[in-house]
Every structure is written in structure tokens, then in C-alpha cells.
Design a protein around this ligand. Structure first.
Ligand SMILES: Nc1nc2c(ncn2[C@@H]2O[C@H](COP(=O)(O)OP(=O)(O)OP(=O)(O)O)[C@@H](O)[C@H]2O)c(=O)[nH]1
Ligand SMILES: [Mg+2]
Length: 400
């Protein structure tokens, strides 16, 4: 009798394949670097367009229209029974709209918020329609126009790489000479090591992480149109110049194919699994924070008084009650308090408050000192007068 256990792993595989995967790619960087063009190129390149069965939402190709809001380009991929929801999120040029010191916050807040939203969806009674916008990979478009890397880009990459898999790219490779590209690559590698910017840091496999790290930054050429190449005797995706054609899908011209393979073919699973692990750690951290906050908030609430906050695992139902009380609204308020902008404002206010207090205290002390001085002058005067009175009464006595 064969109970069929030996085919179980296969069935599990099958189940996994059927339920499919979700992959969310986030593109960020300053305005005009070619993020939107890259996305259109990625969606338009032959390998992908053959297998896209249905494009749910896709922006029409634009010439240069500044992206002014977050736009999700979605495609549903079905191949060999495998379902994949592939989304590329286009963002407005960052640093355009906000105070530059905290320009990166728009990106990091977006990344964090997607994790929290997913967590709250998991707490709902119906979870079938969960929307999963958790970011699996962030492509950072480095501004190379000054032939260097701006402090803002470095700061942003540092913060982003601590919460999501990050890959820096050098856009518009066709505008740089071979030696300039080599120099930019060297510079990026140097900055990664000296500034502690981590590349795909959430991937467990150290050798894979090392391999990706050694390949970054990927150079890109974006183009939404085909041009005729006499050399290849066919139309190629690229940009035509007087000196020749810069081809998107030519490995000698840029790393587009290398990057696309990494995303779509070789390492998508690693990126998805690593994000899942990171999400689990964020989720348990946030739950612990919510329980802790609830404990303080409801210290006087008798209905919660008997709950064992120290061992939440022992009374998960009670913990559920607490989590409902310290829900999304309260977490949103906490998030505002955690924001570096809020913390900085608070510090400035505190500094200002201390300055006012010190100033007032000094004024008060000076005033007190002046009063004391006046009082001792009066006392001296009184002493003098008393002396005079004593002298005079002595005189009176003598005259008698
Ligand atoms: N030479 C060259 N130009 C490019 C490349 N990619 C994009 N461009 C051009 O650069 C301009 C800006 O491209 P977009 O893709 O709109 O830039 P963006 O990063 O989306 O800009 P924002 O939406 O403002 O953040 C357009 O005129 C593109 O045609 C490239 O690889 N090489
Ligand atoms: Mg754009």
C-alpha cells in the first residue's frame, strides 16, 4: 500500500505554483532621470510583452511628462501554470516637493506604510482580497549629471537600504563615455562600502548578496521606440545618434538585460522570500509595540487589568482584544511621532523652550540680585540712621 506521501512535496510545489506570486518593484530617484522611460521600456521589451496576458493598467508612453504622483503599472503574468502579479511603482522625482534634508522620507514612508497596511489587512476577518503592495526591490536612479553622487542621493540610499532590498542604477548610460561609466561605477562601489549602503541586504544567501553587490550599479538606457540598426539589419530598441545607436538590449551598451534577468528570471524568488522574512520581523516588532502602548494606555482599565502582558503567547485572544484597541488609528498617530521631521521639530521646540526658560530665569535672578542689593543698601541706611539717632539721643542726654 502506498499512501502517496512521496508525491506530497510535488503537490506542495503545485499548490505554490497555482497560488502564484506577487512582485512589487519601486523606482525612485530625482526628476528627469528616466524612471518612467525605464518602466515603459521594461514593459515594452519583447521578452515580457510576449508573456503578458493582460495588462490591467498601463500608462500610455509619454514623452517627457513629469510624474507627479505615485503610479502603479501592473501586469499579470501567466506562464506554465504559474501566476505572477508584477507591479512596477513609478514615483515623482524625489526631492522636488519636500524639504531636501528629509527628501528620502517620501520613499521610506511609502515602504513602511505598505508593510503596515498589509499587517492590518491580515487582522481583518476577510483576508481573501488582501492587497499586497509590499516592496520587494527598490531601484535607485542615481543622478550622475554632476559626474558625482550628491549627498542627498547617498543619504536616501542609506535609509532605503535599511528597510528594503536596494539596487542602485546609473540611468542614461548613453550620455556617458565608457571611461565616465567606469569612473561612476568605481565611485558608487566606493560609496557603498564607506557609507554603509547595503545592497539587497535582506537576502539570506550571502554569496548571492555578494554577487549582486559586486555587479552594482547597473547601467541603463531607456527607450520606448525602435530604431533601424544597419549593423544588426533589424529594428532594435534604442536611441539613435549621429555616431550610432545606443541599444537597450545590447549587453555591450548597458546592463538592462542583466538587471531584467536578475529581476524576472534568476532572483525574483530570493527577493520575495527575503521581503517575507523582513515583513515577519517588522510585524512582530509592531505587535509588541502595540501591546506595550496599550498597557500604558489602559493602565486604569479594569477589563484589561488581568491580562498577562509579559507572556502574550499565553493569552492570544486577550492580545487580540488589545490589538483592536490599539488599532490603525493609534498606530498612525505613533508613526507621526516617530517621523524624523516630527522628532526634529520637537527637538527645536525643546531647545527654544529651554532658551526661553534660561533667559527668564536669568532675568529673574538679576532682578532678585538687584532687589537684594537694594535691600542691603536700605539696611545700611537704616543702620546709619539708627547710629545717628543713638548719637542724637546721647547728645540730648548730655544737654539735659
Ligand atoms: N539620453 C537618454 N535620455 C533618456 C533616457 N531615459 C529617459 N530619457 C529621457 O529623459 C527625459 C526624462 O525621462 P522620464 O522617464 O520622464 O524621467 P523621470 O525619472 O520619470 O522623471 P520624473 O517623472 O520627473 O521623476 C525624457 O525626455 C526621456 O526621453 C536614456 O536612457 N537616455
Ligand atoms: Mg516619471
Amino acid at each position: 500500500f502506498n499512501p502517496g506521501i512521496d508525491i506530497l512535496p510535488k503537490q506542495v510545489e503545485e499548490l505554490k505554483l497555482r497560488s502564484g506570486a506577487i512582485f512589487n518593484l519601486l523606482c525612485v530617484g530625482q526628476s528627469g532621470l528616466g524612471k518612467t522611460t525605464f518602466i515603459n521600456t521594461l514593459f515594452g521589451t519583447s521578452v515580457l510583452s510576449n508573456v503578458w496576458q493582460e495588462v490591467e493598467y498601463k500608462q500610455p508612453n509619454v514623452s517627457f511628462a513629469k510624474t507627479t504622483r505615485v503610479v502603479a503599472h501592473k501586469a499579470h503574468l501567466r506562464e506554465d501554470g504559474f501566476n505572477l502579479d508584477f507591479t512596477v511603482v513609478d514615483t515623482p522625482g524625489f526631492g522636488d516637493y519636500i524639504d531636501n534634508q528629509f527628501a528620502y522620507l517620501a520613499v521610506t514612508d511609502y515602504i513602511d506604510e505598505q508593510l503596515r497596511l498589509y499587517m492590518f489587512q491580515e487582522e481583518q476577518p476577510y483576508r481573501d482580497e488582501k492587497v499586497d503592495n509590499r516592496v520587494h526591490l527598490c531601484l535607485f536612479f542615481i543622478n550622475t549629471s554632476s559626474r558625482g553622487i550628491s549627498p542627498g542621493d547617498i543619504e536616501a540610499m542609506k535609509h532605503i537600504s535599511s528597510r528594503v532590498n536596494l539596487i542602485p542604477v546609473i540611468p542614461k548610460a548613453d550620455t556617458l563615455t565608457t571611461s565616465e561609466i567606469a569612473e561612476m561605477k568605481r565611485l558608487v562601489q566606493q560609496i557603498i562600502t564607506t557609507q554603509g549602503i547595503k545592497i539587497c541586504d535582506f537576502i539570506d544567501d550571502e554569496s548571492l548578496k555578494q554577487s549582486v553587490t559586486s555587479q552594482v550599479p547597473f547601467t541603463l538606457i531607456g527607450s520606448e521606440s525602435y530604431v533601424y540598426s544597419t549593423e544588426a539589419e533589424s529594428s532594435v530598441l534604442g536611441r539613435k545618434y549621429r555616431w550610432g545607436i545606443a541599444e537597450v538590449e545590447n549587453p555591450e551598451h548597458c546592463d538592462f538585460i542583466k538587471l531584467r534577468d536578475l529581476l524576472m528570471a534568476s532572483n525574483m524568488v530570493d527577493l520575495i522570500l527575503s521581503t517575507e522574512l523582513y515583513y515577519e520581523s517588522c510585524r512582530s516588532k509592531l505587535i509588541r509595540t502595540r501591546v506595550k502602548q496599550a498597557k500604558e494606555m489602559f493602565a486604569s482599565d479594569n477589563s484589561l487589568a488581568n491580562i498577562d502582558f509579559v507572556n502574550p503567547d499565553l493569552n492570544s485572544l486577550d492580545i487580540c482584544k488589545i490589538l483592536c484597541k490599539f488599532g490603525k488609528k493609534q498606530v498612525d498617530e505613533l508613526v507621526v511621532q516617530w517621523s524624523p521631521i516630527f522628532v526634529q521639530k520637537q527637538l527645536i521646540m525643546k531647545k527654544r523652550y529651554t532658551e526661553i526658560i534660561t533667559h527668564e530665569e536669568k532675568k529673574f535672578k538679576d532682578w532678585k540680585r538687584a532687589l537684594f542689593a537694594k535691600q542691603s543698601a536700605f539696611n545700611q541706611e537704616i543702620d546709619e540712621l539708627q547710629k545717628q539717632v543713638a548719637e542724637l539721643s546721647k547728645d540730648i542726654h548730655r544737654l539735659k
